[in-house]
Design a protein around this ligand. Sequence first.
Ligand SMILES: CC(C)(COP(=O)(O)OP(=O)(O)OC[C@H]1O[C@@H](n2cnc3c(N)ncnc32)[C@H](O)[C@@H]1OP(=O)(O)O)[C@@H](O)C(=O)NCCC(=O)NCCS
Length: 242
Amino acid sequence: MALFPPMKLASDEIHLWLGSREVPGERWRRLDSVLSPDERDRGGRLRRSEDRRRFVAARGLLRHVLAAYAGAAPERLRFTYGPMGRPRLAGPHGADDLSFNLSHSRHVLLVGVARGRPLGVDLEPIRPLSHLGAIQRRVFSAGERETIDRLPAGERLTAFFSGWTRKEAFAKAVGDGVWASLGRVEVSVTPGEPARLLKLDGSSDAAAGWSLFHLEPAPGFIGAVAAEGRGLRLSVLRLDAG
Ligand SMILES: CC(C)(COP(=O)(O)OP(=O)(O)OC[C@H]1O[C@@H](n2cnc3c(N)ncnc32)[C@H](O)[C@@H]1OP(=O)(O)O)[C@@H](O)C(=O)NCCC(=O)NCCS
C-alpha cells in the first residue's frame, strides 16, 4: 500500500523529502516488504544491525517517494547504477524524465526529486574533523580557503560544511567521480550569505546555469541541493507523513 499520495512535479520544481531513517517496527516492515532481492542482499551485508535497519528504511522510503511520482507500486520500480554508483530509475519508469538523489547521515534522510534536470543533494552533521586542513587543501580553492580563514573562528566549521555539502551536491548531480567533480566548482561559503555556484571549470558563465540551495535539515546538520537550471522552486515535504 502506498505511503504517500500521487504527486505532481512541474519542470521548474524541486521536491525535497526530509525525515528520519529511524522508523517504528510496523512501518519498517512495510518498507522492508518493497525492497528488491539485490537491495535486501546489500542491506544484509552491512555489519551493524543499526545500519541494516537504516538502509532498509531509506530504500523503502525512496521507493515510496518515487512511486508517488511514477504512478507505480513501489516494489515494481527498478534501479540501475552508473559506473560511480549513482542510482537512477530503469525499466518502464526509466524513460520518465524523473531525476532523484538521496543523502543520509546518522538518522537523517533527504531525498530530492526533479524533472528533466540533473540534481544532487548532500547533508552532513557539523562536527570537528581532525583532518580538516588536509580536506580543505584538497577540495577547496585558494579563494575559498582564504574566505574561510578570514571568518571568526566560531564560523569556520559552518563555512567548511556549507562549502563541502554544496560541492558534494554538485558532484552528486553530475554523478561521476565525486573527488574529480568537487574541484570543478567554486562555491559561496560565508555563513548567512546565499548559496551560490561561483565558478564551474573556471567559468562564472557556466556556473550561472546552476542553482544551489542551503539547507538546515535537522538541528546540527547542514545540507545543500544542486540542480541545473535557474529560477527553480523548492518545496520541502515530510517523509514521516503518510
Ligand atoms: C556516494 C558518494 C558520492 C557520497 O557519499 P556520502 O556523502 O558518504 O553519502 P550520501 O549519504 O550523501 O549519499 C549516498 C547516496 O548517494 C547515491 N549515490 C551513490 N553514488 C553516487 C554518485 N556517484 N553520484 C551521485 N549519487 C550517488 C546513493 O543513492 C547513495 O545512497 P545508498 O548508498 O543508500 O544507495 C560517495 O561515493 C563518495 O565518493 N564520497 C566521498 C567524497 C568525499 O568524501 N567528499 C568530501 C568533500 S569535502
